[in-house]
Design a protein around this ligand. Sequence first.
Ligand code: AMP
Ligand code: MG
Length: 353
Amino acid sequence: MLCLGIESTAHTFAASIIKYTFTESSLKNINLRNLRNSYARILSDSRDVYFPPKGSGIHPRIASRHHAEVSADILKQCIKEAGLSIRDIDIIAYSAGPGLGPCLRVGAVISRMLASFYKKPIVPVNHALGHVELGMMLTCADDPLVLLVSGGHTMILAFSQKRWRVFGETLDITIGNLLDQFGRANGFSSPCGDQIERLSSRSSGTYIRLPYTVKGNDVSFSGLLSAAKRLAEKRMREGMHFAEVCYSLQETAFAMMTETIERAISFTGKKEVLVVGGVAANKRLREMLENACERHSSKLFISPNKFAGDNGCQIAWVGIIDFLFREKEIKIEKSFVHQSWRVDTIDVNWRAT
Ligand code: AMP
Ligand code: MG
């Protein structure tokens, strides 16, 4: 079975083809929470990222124009890399939300057009579910607590009774947004997480106290952002290097995430933690989580860097498993986009408990 997955929720327009080889017994395995990559192969993975001008965030309409402009080339590249023709594809999957409306609509329109012209089934995919399920498939984690840290999400999830339940989340901006907004205010180009990481690693390691806000299992980053911006301005005015501010920002935000993960491990007794989303690439975050997992004898799984951020494979993979376990096909005229589609509203038919 071949699925073309199209991703277009925010800054990235991406397309990927995954081939899933299934037998009766491998289908049974899926239902046993045992999605193993031995049956799935990523045949192609093409992407193009929209970079806003220095100092600005993503303007949804301008990003959607970028996606429309690059879409034909990305699709051609994706099909060529897989060595296939579009007629060989069995399923078309697209990210249907959550995300920026104009960007989501580009992927949805292209998918509907391909599905209707080539008479293929269409599968709308929840983008957050894509991050989680691709992470599960690539790392072979079995029953983890999932930390989803990206531009669009900051959530701790655990699977229970057919759904990925939210155990804790941000009460305001996401962790990716915290890093990107701080970076932009200081003249970086978005996304800024890796640039802040680079500067932090070059700092003297002097920690400057910043607001730390954990409320139960939830976190709040807006006070931290304002304080870090003020501190950076002051340092600039005084002609001082501001790498310590980047360092202190990372230390504070990641310690907040680590505290909530530790509490979630204690509460749920999970023996595995899986980290997915673009911020999973950060080495300092990994180190803090590694220490927390060690303290609780849990195993840490991290999505490979290449697949941590937004990509088409996450959509193609969920497209396949959703299609295999769906009772009825979705009619093209019922394939919508949902800008605020929460992951905990979706029944996950392919996992057992
Ligand atoms: P996603 O939305 O999953 O594509 O992830 C994008 C987010 O990941 C952006 O907010 C980036 O700033 C952030 N990011 C990417 N690389 C890193 C890194 N090395 N450290 C921290 N954040 C990162
Ligand atoms: Mg994402």
